[in-house]
Design a protein around this ligand. Sequence first.
Ligand code: NAD
Length: 237
Amino acid sequence: MSRSVLVTGGNRGIGLAIARAFADNGDQVAITYRSGEPPRELTDAGVLAVRCDITDAEQVEQGYKEIEEKHGPVEVLVANAGITKDQLLMRMSEEDFTSVVDTNLNGTFRVVKRANRGMLRAKKGRVVLISSVVGLLGSAGQANYAASKAGLVGFARSLARELGSRNITFNVVAPGFVDTDMTQVLTEEQRESIVSKVPLGRYARPEEIAAAVRFLASDDASYITGAVIPVDGGLGM
Ligand code: NAD
């Protein structure tokens, strides 16, 4: 059965692979993106692309309304949008810290809260949050990012407890290193050092993260909530 699915940050990287996976399933997919143009591949496939900055509550409200008008209330929400601003602590500005938290954690709160209005009414819903292995292990130079991604775990587990009785599940996917724009900033040396620590000996493909997300939103995952699923090639074990 076709569901109304929203993927934030679905215009590229992991979000694009997730949007593709749901569209291939026959779901009605909407994506949000912050800037640029949405990929033709998605719009040609009937995916609704809405420009929306999740740090702006008003834009979240407007964007969500547009999706609701066209696809009905969101039944599956994948909160994927996120940023990094890496810096060692003593060089990290207040803005470096707060902007990462405001996007990755507060932005997720805004979208999840808005989508849950419809899920509560429908008495069902699936929410998958994209955290990171960095949120579980920590990472030098990424205290802002790690704090925001660890925050998502507490957020999801609290909501899993709060809203389980309302038939809404909250799960977290924690990717390791994935080949996307976000990791293009790493030097060849940094990439080699990361890969040497990954038991599977390589980066993930975005489709490998999308597969876990699609599973958590499927009927096969009907009894899973509050789970954190690492998709990290064994890096975090
Ligand atoms: P990316 O930079 O390619 O994509 C990030 C997406 O987030 C883009 O679509 C962008 O439009 C959106 N976005 C950023 N700020 C936004 C804002 N204020 N409002 C709305 N949208 C915004 O990165 P990616 O690698 O595809 O990452 C996707 C998610 O996966 C992120 O949450 C990231 O932290 C997480 N992640 C990535 C990796 C990795 O190695 N690439 C590893 C673990 C977790």
